[in-house]
Ligand binder design. Structure first.
Ligand SMILES: *Cc1c(COP(=O)(O)O)cnc(C)c1O
Length: 407
């Protein structure tokens, strides 16, 4: 086989389909985010980032940085081992306590990312519980899908957020089979939110465990940033709550929070937890500072919600269509892959605005969009500039505007 030729051919296919991913080379600057420098060949351009998952700007928060500097100077660069062989530092232990407390659970377990936490925890539970059937929401994240697939357990996919379909599928399964319902709270691309209480009711009725991915909600919702389940008073009804330290918490890492027995079980059987080097201590210290800060401060969340409402109102005033949803994610709908990429390119080149286009296969064909995530570190001037730029490009691309009812 001509290996290089094969790689070239497959990549050329991707490009032809319009599915080839091009990375934007950014230099984030502490204290200035969402302003950043974009490196484009020999050119350097000043841009404003409008598509980051550092939803609250915690990636540059002074308390987070101070904790990381302190731990780096105290403990050095890496953990030096897996959790089992010399890699469990006190920073890891403290962070796991902080996370268990955040979700009102007995214990928590850290992983190197949210992806790994889903892959390893779901994979382990589904594989190690004999005869386990996993009921997976149709729009679950790739990390959950891969974990379930890896477990080789039988999987039943239920229609996205559809309680009737979930109930029908639970009822059709053998009554005595172990069951696990896997779903998310805030879905990343549409920004819609699962009916968590009703799903927990079904889980009780059919004696199923629940596994909730709160990756887009931790730090963001609930009085202490415990997620949608905290906001709705449901944390104690979920078997497992999974989250990331890489989005609203602004650092990196993933975790599950659950009963002491379940956490000990995953700790003891999950290959993706056991056989990998622990996160660096300063990463754990920074994440703990971020979690701690957002437990007692709602200022970031409040300003973020205000910015989201402002942007929605401004888009409505301009008639620029966006998907209504109850979360912080604003999908501006373009509905055409070429236009979506073009608008994104023009935003960057002419206006210094960076919003990654979201095309198939991340979203269905015909629903191509710009996924905008306003944050408390965006100013009103940033917002004006964004709306003016979008409006100008809407005209240039002859895109339809949506008439807004009330003035
Ligand atoms: C981003 C994401 C993950 C993975 O989290 P990372 O910490 O980025 O690996 C898991 N689930 C969902 C729904 C996500 O969007």
């Amino acid at each position: 086989m001509q290996y290089r030729e094969y790689f070239r051919k497959r990549l050329a296919d991707l490009k032809e389909e319009g599915n080839y991913r091009v990375f934007i080379d950014l230099q984030r600057r502490r204290g200035s985010f969402p302003a950043a420098r974009q490196h484009d060949g020999d050119r350097v351009r000043e841009v404003t980032v409008w598509c980051s998952n550092d939803y609250l700007g915690m990636g540059q928060h002074p308390e987070v940085l101070a904790a990381m500097h302190e731990a780096l100077d105290r403990s050095g660069a890496g953990a030096g081992g897996t959790r089992n062989i010399s890699g469990t530092t006190h920073d890891h232990v403290l962070l796991e306590r902080e996370l268990a407390d955040l979700h009102g659970k007995e214990a928590a377990l850290l992983f190197t990312s949210g992806y790994v936490s889903n892959w390893a925890a779901l994979g382990t539970l589904a594989a190690q519980i004999p005869g386990c059937i996993v009921f997976s929401d149709a729009l679950n994240h790739a990390s959950m899908i891969e974990g379930i697939r890896h477990s080789r357990a039988s999987k039943v996919i239920w229609k996205h957020n559809d309680l009737e379909d979930l109930e029908a599928k639970l009822a059709a399964a053998p009554a005595n089979a172990p069951k696990l319902i896997a779903f998310e709270s805030v879905y990343s691309m549409d920004g819609d939110i699962a009916p968590i209480k009703e799903i927990c009711d079904l889980a009780d009725r059919y004696n199923a465990m629940t596994y909730l991915d709160e990756v887009h909600a931790v730090g963001m919702y609930g009085p202490r940033g415990g997620g949608i389940a905290e906001r709705e008073g449901l944390m104690d009804r979920l078997t497992v709550i999974e989250g990331t330290l890489g989005k609203a918490f602004g650092v990196v890492g993933g975790y599950i929070a659950a009963s002491a027995e379940l956490v000990d079980f995953v700790r003891s059987f999950a290959s993706g937890f056991i056989f990998t080097t622990a996160l660096p201590p300063h990463v754990a210290a920074g994440a703990a500072a971020s979690v701690r800060h957002l437990k007692q401060s709602s200022a970031e969340r409040d300003l973020q919600k205000h910015r989201v409402a402002q942007l929605r109102a401004r888009l409505d005033a301009e008639g620029i269509p966006h998907l209504p949803n109850p979360s912080h994610i604003i999908p501006v709908m373009v509905g055409d892959p070429v236009k979506c990429k073009f608008i994104s390119d023009m935003l960057l080149e002419e206006f210094g605005i960076y919003i990654q286009p979201i095309n198939y296969p991340t979203v269905p064909k015909g629903t191509e969009r710009l996924r905008i995530t306003p944050s408390p570190v965006h100013s009103e001037a940033d917002l004006d500039h964004l709306v003016d730029a979008l409006s100008a490009l809407w005209n240039r691309c002859q895109m339809a505007r949506r008439r807004v009812a009330a003035q």
